[in-house]
Design a protein around this ligand. Structure first.
Ligand SMILES: [Mg+2]
Length: 352
């Protein structure tokens, strides 16, 4: 890295950001501290931001209202949903105005309509047959009934196109994990012996739609998210640089057990506005800023700490990911990374 870029904020390397929402901008109903201000500052620099969400049940204007209510810049066109990516995909394969079964909530219905297709829903009878419907778009919908899945099965048995907005197996609710759209996709797939095309994260189509909306080049676009399995794997599949944000669910011990290597590890969105250097390897150790760590067998030893815990996390993760890529067993890495998990959770700036 040249010295010029290392004194510039990280975000100066990009023209566009594909930003995740839950765990990055908000957590449930609460704002992630500092996120809205960071997004304002990013947009003020002339960098475009879109919010990419796998949530197919909510309509983009409703999502934008929530984001704007937290003080971050957002209009409906800044929200790219998996339902929109699904509808866009079907619109390229079908004739304009073609009828598509909307197996989902209002977000799926609206996305189909906006893509120039005709959404059809199952009423109180057995629902539309294959003579009137050309394809099925499946997304999460709280009001879906067994009758809706029966109608979808009857249509899909004919082999017509089937697109799913996302395949997240679980939907996190305040009490724990509830079945997500992926579980309902599996339910149909089990009965039918076929599977849909999935467009949401970590699959590339949602990123393709986000890039189209941003009007930026992939090489100048940064994907930001808190979940390794969706946001970081998705960025890698779409060939985008990624910033893994530690304000959400996944911890360093989750990263070392994955096969992913995010381009950047950031404590929060505010870190996008600060310089970012690559961690440095020396004889036996890794350093970042003031921090230095060494791997002693299976132990990660923090030889020198830092006032800023993220510096220790970056040095520690560089050491552990290098060890992972040389074949170190996952359970050893997880145990060593627990030191970094603890550091984040004990940090006075911890947002968990
Ligand atoms: Mg998230």
């Amino acid at each position: 890295m040249d010295t010029e870029t290392s004194t510039q904020p990280l975000i100066a390397r990009y023209d566009g950001v594909v930003c995740d929402l839950d765990g990055v901008v908000y957590r449930g109903a609460d704002a992630v501290p500092g996120a809205a201000k960071a997004l304002q500052d990013i947009v003020a620099r002339g960098v475009r931001v879109v919010y990419a969400t796998n949530n197919a049940s909510r309509i983009p204007s409703e999502v934008a209202t929530q984001i704007a209510g937290l003080g971050a810049p957002a209009t409906a066109s800044d929200v790219v949903s998996s339902a929109q990516a699904g509808a866009a995909r079907l619109a390229t394969d079908l004739s304009p105005g073609a009828a598509v079964l909307a197996l989902g909530g209002e977000g799926v219905v609206e996305a189909l309509r906006d893509a120039g297709l005709t959404p059809v829903v199952v009423g109180d009878d057995e629902g539309p047959g294959p003579d009137v419907v050309d394809a099925v778009l499946q997304g999460f919908g709280k009001e879906l009934r067994v009758r809706d899945f029966e109608t979808a099965a009857r249509l899909l048995t004919t082999g017509m196109p089937w697109v799913a907005t996302n395949d997240d197996a679980t939907l996190p609710l305040p009490w724990g994990q509830s079945p997500g759209n992926g579980a309902y996709v599996d339910l149909l797939a089990l009965a039918l012996g076929r599977r849909p095309l999935v467009v949401g994260k970590p699959h590339p189509p949602l990123y393709g739609l986000a890039l189209e909306r941003l009007g930026t080049l992939a090489a100048r676009t940064l994907a930001v998210g808190d979940r390794i399995g969706t946001d970081i794997v998705g960025a890698e599949a779409a060939d985008l640089d990624s910033a893994w944000v530690l304000t959400g669910v996944d911890r360093p011990s989750d990263l070392v057990a994955s096969a992913s290597s995010p381009t950047y590890v950031v404590a929060s969105l505010a870190d996008l506005l600060r310089p970012y250097a690559a961690p440095l390897a020396d004889a036996g150790g890794w350093s970042y800023g003031a921090a230095r760590v060494v791997l002693d067998g299976d132990d990660l030893v923090v030889e020198r700490g830092s006032a800023d815990p993220i510096e220790v996390v970056r040095a520690g993760l560089a050491a552990l990911l290098a060890s992972r890529d040389e074949g170190a067993p996952s359970e050893h890495l997880r145990r060593a990374a627990a030191t970094l998990d603890g550091l984040l959770d004990d940090s006075p700036t911890s947002t968990r």
